[in-house]
Design a protein around this ligand. Structure first.
Ligand SMILES: Nc1ncnc2c1ncn2[C@@H]1O[C@H](COP(=O)(O)OP(=O)(O)O)[C@@H](O)[C@H]1O
Ligand SMILES: CC(=O)OP(=O)(O)O
Ligand SMILES: [Mg+2]
Length: 242
């Protein structure tokens, strides 16, 4: 729920909703298989970090919280989306820049996020330029990571720390060892420790990258939303013929 008048929920269906459900469904299935555990017993924090990005807290195999809202604009700082922002920004831009709601909304969706901060939306390039010493690109990367960690902490508490795994998925989550390292850095006391070499190693398929002795596993799970859609479609078709 949003903390706004209840009638908006009743009359307009205005509530938090969430996205990337197809990817999370696929991830839960893969992780349950990997741990040979019933999915009803699986607690994970899943990080779907693509151009659009979100985190999901998954308890007993079901999502109990996610960072996107009624639209994909809420939550993490993404490639071009701002993520969480004070709604007062609308009023400020409307009065100072004479922008319409539609124009502001378009800027927050298409010209904000890491692109808004540093002028580059491809995370691979942002990291390269940051490593080459660009302050703007370093700032964008730090803001991006800061928001991921904020929700990682929140979801850790939602799950009472009883977590089987933190999962990284989608373009950035699967391919960027630096983002994974920055997201998990200093979390040893929470039971999350990455293995430096495993995190940096090339590979494909589901793999574990936590250090030995890390209470919580850290996984890379290549997501496959197309396959998940095909499988779910097949289930529906089979059910309707049953
Ligand atoms: N090696 C890499 N390091 C960092 N980011 C990467 C790497 N490879 C791809 N990406 C990033 O992954 C993102 C795209 O992820 P993807 O899940 O394919 O996106 P979409 O949300 O469009 O489905 C892009 O921002 C791209 O820069
Ligand atoms: C919801 C969303 O933004 O998805 P993606 O960017 O992964 O296409
Ligand atoms: Mg995607």
């Amino acid at each position: 729920m949003y903390g706004i008048p209840y009638s908006y929920y009743e009359e307009l269906g205005l509530r938090r909703y969430g996205f990337h459900g197809t990817s999370y469904e696929y991830i839960v299935t893969q992780v349950a298989k990997h741990f040979e555990k019933p999915r009803k017993e699986l607690n994970i924090i899943a990080c779907h970090l693509g151009a659009g990005a979100s985190l999901a807290a998954i308890k007993n195999g079901s999502c109990i919280d996610t960072t996107m809202g009624i639209t994909p604009l809420e939550g993490l700082v993404m490639a071009t989306r701002s993520g969480d922002i004070d709604p007062a920004v609308f009023e400020i831009l409307e009065s100072s820049r004479k922008m319409s709601i539609g124009q502001i909304s378009s800027v927050l969706n298409k010209e904000s996020g890491i692109y808004g901060i540093c002028g580059e939306k491809d995370m691979k390039t942002v990291i390269e330029l940051s490593e080459a010493g660009s302050e703007k690109h370093t700032l964008a990367l730090q803001v991006y990571i800061h928001r991921i960690r904020k929700y990682l902490g929140a979801f850790y508490l939602h799950l009472g720390g009883r977590i089987d795994a933190v999962v990284f998925s989608a373009g950035v989550g699967e391919r960027s060892s630096i983002v994974r390292h920055m997201a998990c850095c200093g979390l040893e006391l929470l039971g999350i420790t990455l293995d430096k070499d495993k995190n940096q190693a090339d590979g494909d398929g589901l793999r574990e990258i936590q250090a030995e002795g890390s209470r919580i596993k850290v996984l890379i799970v290549p997501t496959d939303e197309e396959l998940a859609i095909a499988q779910q479609t097949l289930e529906v078709v089979n059910e309707s013929h049953a």
